[in-house]
Design a protein around this ligand. Structure first.
Ligand code: SAH
Ligand code: SF4
Length: 361
């Protein structure tokens, strides 16, 4: 049995407490504290029932944990619309969580792994390599962190995107478990239709999501219109080439009847010409698709540059003309300066610089 209380669904938490002889009403109270009110200290409430208090006092911090993630760094954006946090896990690993506020609704961008094994060359997290999978509770804890920050401003978190550090479908079980907990109407209550899972294209997991009837939105990071072009940016394309990826997307669309969002990060001269746009339109023909164009956020480990506005507009126009809805997205979440491993990367560089200065002194 997992000792991390945030790893547990409502039913699992009840089983854990009833196994210790506590009545179901106590597990409901504890669930409310952890998931509905997102309290940081389960013992803080004065009205805690004596049996639950005794149970917690005997175990918290030794046998069970509640996973409040301390903030290691924080960068509020200049425009006040995006707030980025570097959160520290129990083993010292650091992950990013971003809160975005646009058009009156608030969205949290969550990490699913420390680092990432997929090695996409333009991505700060990919440049870092893989460290480990997050547990469900570490994903849930990011949501609670964002809810507390927003609640302090009288706001509510309604949307989630899994576009932070890591590849969600490479950590399938933990991610799906976490999303079950997060979308529980008795807790954080974030509707499945307001949750988007973004993947580099882990083909078997896309099919599995469809087969298991997972009710979340799917976003697929495309970025290349031929296998050669895509593999140069996304090494995972060698394992799951375009034909297999598109076929899995067709299957997903047929089974779920849901629209699929395709992300295309525009890189000057690499994937932003009219020929690329025509090939993308060809690839997605017949799919219920929406293309999100994202300006490249330049990173230290990749020489590519952001596309010119004129190229982005032309690309956008061509996709639209082909009958596929398309938007040029503002940089947000992963693609803002601190997104997708960049806050962590910048901090690591800062440390290296400080370290070098220190040893010279
Ligand atoms: N691993 C998942 C989710 C995290 S990345 C995936 O790859 O989809 C979320 C999105 O940010 C992806 O579309 C990814 O391609 C994009 N991204 C990563 N680094 C970027 C950068 N430097 N500039 C713009 N978009 C980037
Ligand atoms: Fe991993 Fe996504 Fe970054 Fe690729 S873009 S390295 S899959 S986090």
């Amino acid at each position: 049995m997992s000792p991390h209380l945030l790893d547990l669904t409502f039913d699992e938490l009840r089983s854990r407490l009833t196994a210790d002889g506590l009545a179901a009403v106590h597990s409901k109270a504890l669930w409310n504290s952890l998931h509905f009110r997102a309290e940081t200290d389960a013992l803080a409430r004065k009205d805690l029932s004596p049996p639950l208090r005794r149970w917690l006092e005997a175990r918290l911090g030794t046998e069970v944990f509640t996973d409040v993630l301390p903030v290691a760094a924080e960068t509020p954006s200049g425009d006040g619309l995006t707030q980025k946090f570097l959160l520290r896990l129990a083993d010292g690993q650091e992950i990013e969580t971003v809160i975005m506020g646009y058009e009156g609704r608030h969205t949290a961008c969550l990490s699913t792994q420390a680092g990432c094994a997929m090695g996409c060359v333009f991505c700060a997290t990919g440049q870092m390599g893989f460290v480990r999978h997050l547990r469900p509770g570490e994903i849930v804890a990011q949501v609670h962190h964002a809810r507390r920050i927003l609640a302090a401003r009288g706001l509510r978190l309604r949307n989630l995107v899994l576009m932070g550090m890591g590849e969600p479908l490479h950590n399938y079980d933990a991610v799906m478990h976490a999303l079950e907990i997060i979308s529980d109407t008795r807790g954080a209550n974030i509707g499945p239709a307001k949750i988007s899972v973004s993947t580099v294209g882990v083909v078997p997991a896309i099919r599995r999501m469809a087969e298991e009837g997972r009710p979340y939105n799917l976003a697929v990071s495309l970025h290349g219109s031929t296998d050669e072009e895509r593999a140069a940016l996304i090494p995972a394309n060698q394992r799951w080439p375009l034909a297999e990826l598109i076929s899995a997307c067709r299957y997903y669309g047929e089974v779920t009847q849901r629209k699929i969002f395709f992300a295309w990060t525009l890189i000057a001269g690499v994937n932003d010409t009219a020929a690329h746009a025509h090939r993308v339109a060809g690839l997605l023909r017949g799919l219920n698709a929406h293309v999100n164009l994202i300006p490249l956020n330049e990173t230290a480990g990749f020489a590519g540059r952001e596309s010119a506005d004129a190229s982005a507009r032309e690309f956008h126009g061509l996709i639209q003309e082909s009958g596929i809805p398309c938007t040029i997205r503002q940089r947000r979440g992963i693609d803002v300066a601190a997104g997708c491993g960049q806050l962590k990367a910048v901090r690591a560089r800062g440390r290296a610089v400080r370290g070098a200065a220190g040893s010279a002194a």
